[in-house]
Design a protein around this ligand. Structure first.
Ligand SMILES: [Cu+2]
Length: 126
């Protein structure tokens, strides 16, 4: 209450809004030549995540998950490709996608360039 006296009602409302919006749950995936680490991701539906992607490989990799990305609410869709099926990662790229998974189920994860080489994984939404 001392803060309200000092900074006024607008500051108090701002503090409440910040408190009401939890930070997104962090989840990191590292891409190398030729795998995802981890290769299986588990999400809780309706929870907002910050999915942190890093490409440590010498080749371009893709985080390709068309069904998963189609059912998720994505706050920054501009980082997806035009078809909204994948995130393209050049060597050294670091990107964060902010998303809230939708329908529970299991979804494919693969690198569209290297799935033939075993660069595949899976996603579970609980
Ligand atoms: Cu790849």
């Amino acid at each position: 209450m001392a803060d309200i006296a000092r900074y006024g009602v607008p500051a108090a409302v701002g503090m409440l809004l910040i408190a009401a919006t939890p930070a997104p749950a962090p989840l990191s995936v590292v891409m190398t030549d030729y795998k995802f680490t981890p290769d299986h991701l588990t999400f809780q539906h309706g929870v907002r995540y910050r999915v942190h992607l890093e490409n440590h490989g010498k080749e371009t990799h893709e985080f390709t998950a068309p069904s998963f990305l189609a059912t998720a609410k994505i706050d920054n869709p501009e980082i997806l490709n035009r078809e909204h099926t994948e995130i393209v990662m050049q060597p050294g790229d670091v990107k964060d996608v902010l998303l809230t998974p939708g329908k529970p189920g299991t979804y494919d994860l693969r690198c569209s360039d290297h799935d033939w080489n075993g660069m595949v994984g899976g996603i579970t939404v609980e």
